[in-house]
Design a protein around this ligand. Structure first.
Ligand code: ZN
Length: 89
């Protein structure tokens, strides 16, 4: 039963890999539905989504053009890139 449920809703790992794409509205069809089904059942992934959304919102104030450089087209990827970048020159 657990196995069937995982096929239907996806795992936490599967969902979290797709949260940034979900936030950007980049998921389509079955993938989008699977993520939504998982989020409906999993408070942990809902919290991860809220946290990611807050981070992306905060990033917006830093300048969207900078965050969405062609080399790093994903907003969440840009967040991670910025976190890993050393502060200062
Ligand atoms: Zn989950």
């Amino acid at each position: 039963m657990d196995f069937v449920l995982r096929l239907w809703t996806g795992t936490c790992e599967h969902t979290r890999d797709r949260l940034s794409a979900h936030l950007e509205g980049a998921l389509r069809g079955r993938e989008a539905k699977r993520v939504l089904r998982h989020l409906a059942r999993c408070p942990h992934c809902r919290e991860a989504l809220r946290s990611l959304a807050r981070t992306v919102d905060g990033l917006g104030s830093l300048g969207r053009a900078d965050a969405l450089s062609p080399a790093q087209p994903s907003v969440a990827g840009a967040v991670v890139d910025r976190i890993h970048r050393p502060a200062g020159p």
